[in-house]
Unconditional design. Structure first.
Length: 78
């Protein structure tokens, strides 16, 4: 999972991210280190908070929402 990478790109500490998401910091740390798997509901919450797709968050895609929006606009202009 790319949770740590995305959090660092957002310029947040674990404490800040956990607080914004309504999670205890130790729990957030376990998700970030992949020691605990988040529920589907929490996956959606992470993806929404960081503005990425769940596929990107889980490492199944290298395309995040911002890149998808650019590609969509390129096809729409043709």
């Amino acid at each position: 999972m790319r949770l740590k990478e995305i959090r660092e790109q957002a310029g947040l500490t674990q404490v800040q991210a956990a607080k914004a998401l309504g999670l205890p910091q130790p729990s957030y740390s376990l998700y970030e280190s992949c020691s605990r798997n988040p529920s589907y509901k929490l996956l959606f919450k992470f993806a929404d908070f960081y503005g990425v797709t769940i596929d990107y968050l889980l490492g199944y895609s290298d395309i995040n929402n911002k890149e998808l929006d650019i590609k969509k606009s390129q096809y729409a202009s043709k």
